[in-house]
Design a protein around this ligand. Structure first.
Ligand code: ATP
Length: 234
């Protein structure tokens, strides 16, 4: 298993948001964590990363207990988060943004190789490497945010709502890329776009009010009466 979350509980101040979230990301898969606004998806990623401290439960990366490892050390160990809203450096070029992603020791040692690898995954970014990030389209910026996270050479990539604010055609292109990426890294994909996510994931979980309420193969979930009604609008 690339990533295992075991009965994670966390929240903000006195507000409890996660009530024992357990999930597994198998190596070289896309695992989707689906749910509506406020379900606790982002909080799950932040707690896995250690940005939000777990109140209870464990986090395992590649079989190793990393629950109490701080976020920057988790990056060093091979976990990377692409936050909602991308957080690019708008006035910096594509390449400068990418280089900012290579801050781990592991990544710095072979930054040129890694850059080459990332450009081979995203040829469009190579073409645009001298363009300012802020002038790129929404879809290109999302690709850049993912590519920047890959610069740390992660084993596990946590993707927070990459489809947010993008047109359906752009989402389709982006999800094609995500699907191809699983050959390189294991992916936990957080999404509100349930239909599109089920198409590219190998396994999926549904989160509601901080509880996992359903899990299964995407084909099964897509046929599930409850999922159809609550998330697929049918
Ligand atoms: P969205 O798709 O809107 O991001 P989500 O499923 O990712 O939804 P979270 O962002 O994890 O949901 O939020 C879960 C709950 O935690 C919400 O009730 C939210 O208001 C609350 N929350 C999130 N961040 C904070 C914070 N920094 N301080 C206090 N409460 C927060």
């Amino acid at each position: 298993m690339a990533l295992v979350l075991e009965r994670l509980e966390s929240g903000y101040g006195k507000l409890k948001v996660l009530f024992g979230v357990s999930l597994r990301v198998e190596k070289n898969t896309v695992t989707a964590l689906l749910g509506s606004n406020g379900a606790g998806k982002t909080t799950t990623l932040l707690t896995a990363m250690g940005v939000v401290k777990p109140w209870a439960g464990r986090v395992f990366l590649d079989g190793k207990d990393v629950t109490d490892v701080p976020p920057h050390k988790k990056v060093e160990l091979g976990m990377a988060l692409v936050p909602e809203g991308r957080r690019l450096f708008a006035d910096m070029t594509v390449e400068e943004n990418l280089l900012m992603g290579a801050y781990t020791k592991r990544a710095r040692e072979k930054v040129l190789d890694t850059l080459e690898w990332v450009y081979s995954l995203f040829p469009r970014l190579r073409e645009r490497r001298r363009q300012k990030a802020g002038t790129m389209s929404g879809g290109e910026q999302q690709m850049l945010a993912i590519a920047r996270a890959l610069m740390s050479r992660p084993k596990v990539l946590l993707l927070d709502e990459p489809s947010a604010g993008l047109a359906p055609k752009v989402v389709a292109d982006l999800f094609d890329v995500v699907k191809r990426l699983k050959e390189e890294v294991s992916i936990l994909l957080v999404e509100q776009n349930v239909a599109a996510s089920l198409e590219i994931s190998d396994y999926a979980y549904v989160l509601e009010n901080g509880h996992i309420v359903k899990e299964g193969a995407p084909q099964e979930l897509a046929q599930d009466e409850y999922v159809k009604k609550a998330y697929l609008g049918v």
